[in-house]
Design a protein around this ligand. Structure first.
Ligand SMILES: NC(=O)c1ccc[n+]([C@@H]2O[C@H](COP(=O)([O-])OP(=O)(O)OC[C@H]3O[C@@H](n4cnc5c(N)ncnc54)[C@H](OP(=O)(O)O)[C@@H]3O)[C@@H](O)[C@H]2O)c1
Length: 329
């Protein structure tokens, strides 16, 4: 029996779907059913249920985007740092292995390696270097200290709380810390990176590692099924893309006549379009691959998602289903 926390959320629903597909017995727990954010309630529940594995898909990524975490600080800190600590304590006291959804957003930029050595590049320089010579751009590994955190400011509040959670639970008991890139897939829904860039008034061009949501979930469960060593795993589809390249794919595959407008530069974007700093980073997924878990290259997963794009009803923040056309206005 697997216990799934945060089952009503975007990530939680994807885990529930995959667990059903694999015919695992699992309990999709929501706070409404049992307030699992209370240590006493969670500990008692886990002690009695004795699950073989717990998945923590609960957290607060900000709604409609990460800017919301700058103001909803209490909720952000509670859901992203204190809750993982509570789960960690309950799991270590009951010797229950578990997995926690961390984030790749605890890094900023990427490594640029040439004959002069290695240095970190970000922003306009990263965009230019990546466009000119992508083979010289490398991602952060699990051994690199997060550089978009409260300790290594500046960062945004969301990333700060996600990094603190990693610090708090890493190495305590048997835990996987799964770090996705920005999630996308073929479903037309507002948490999907591909939906977002089609619905922004202006697009910010950055270099990122991305995670096909269902590939990510499968890879998380594969790690556990294969009994890979516990610890931190970067879990994006191998490779990285410029948002501009994704826009070109959208125009080629989905919307040939659609014109997109871009923010001129960081300065304009942060003055008019965003409140919180964005991480825009590249992850190295060698550790995942060495563990024997495969994810498709990011270009392939993007191409596949766009070719299978569907316009369906969507659930907004666990709420009632609404039509996409209403949301995109
Ligand atoms: N979406 C992304 O872009 C992204 C990317 C990387 C990582 N992540 C991480 O994945 C996890 C889940 O994100 P998501 O996109 O699935 O979020 P979501 O759709 O907002 O769902 C998160 C769920 O967490 C539960 N929860 C527990 N305490 C909460 C609190 N104080 N405030 C709000 N929700 C709380 C809620 O479920 P119940 O009320 O039913 O228990 C909620 O439905 C988070 O840790 C997030 O940092 C998300």
């Amino acid at each position: 029996m697997i216990l799934l926390l945060g089952a009503s959320g975007h990530m939680g629903q994807a885990f529930a779907t995959e667990l059903r597909r694999r015919r695992y017995g699992f309990i999709p727990l929501t706070r409404k059913a049992i307030d699992y954010t209370s240590f006493e309630l969670l500990f008692d529940y886990v002690r009695k249920l004795k699950p073989e594995f717990i998945i923590n898909a609960a957290g607060y990524p900000g709604w409609p985007n990460v800017d919301a975490c700058e103001t909803a600080r209490e909720e952000t800190l509670f859901a992203n740092t204190l809750l993982p600590q509570t789960v960690s304590r309950a799991c270590s006291m009951t010797s229950t292995p578990w997995g926690h959804i961390s984030s790749g957003c605890i890094y900023h930029g990427a490594k640029f390696i040439d004959d002069k050595g290695t240095r970190i590049v970000a922003g306009a320089e990263l965009r230019q270097r990546f466009a000119e010579s992508p083979e010289k751009i490398f991602g952060y590994t699990e051994w690199d200290e997060p550089n978009f955190s409260f300790r290594n400011a500046p960062c945004n509040f969301y990333s700060g709380t996600k990094t603190l959670a990693e610090e708090a639970v890493r190495g305590v008991g048997d835990v996987y810390l799964w770090r996705p890139g920005m999630p996308f897939n073929e479903r037309s829904e507002p948490r999907n990176f591909l939906w977002r860039i089609q619905n922004y008034q202006k697009v910010f061009d950055g270099v990122n590692s991305l995670s096909h949501l269902d590939d990510f979930v499968r890879a998380c469960l594969d790690l556990w099924e294969r009994q890979a060593p516990f610890g931190v795993y970067n879990m994006s589809n191998p490779g990285a893309v410029l948002t501009r390249q994704v826009i070109e794919m959208i125009q080629r595959i989905l919307k040939p006549d659609r014109r997109f407008e871009f923010w001129k530069d960081e300065e304009e974007f942060y003055r008019q379009g965003a409140r919180a700093l964005r991480s825009n980073c590249v992850l190295d997924v060698s550790k995942l691959l060495v563990a024997g878990v495969k994810m498709r290259p990011v270009e392939e997963a993007l191409e596949d998602s766009l070719r299978n794009w569907n316009v369906a009803t969507v659930r907004v923040n666990g709420g009632a289903a609404r039509n996409v056309s209403v949301l995109s206005r």
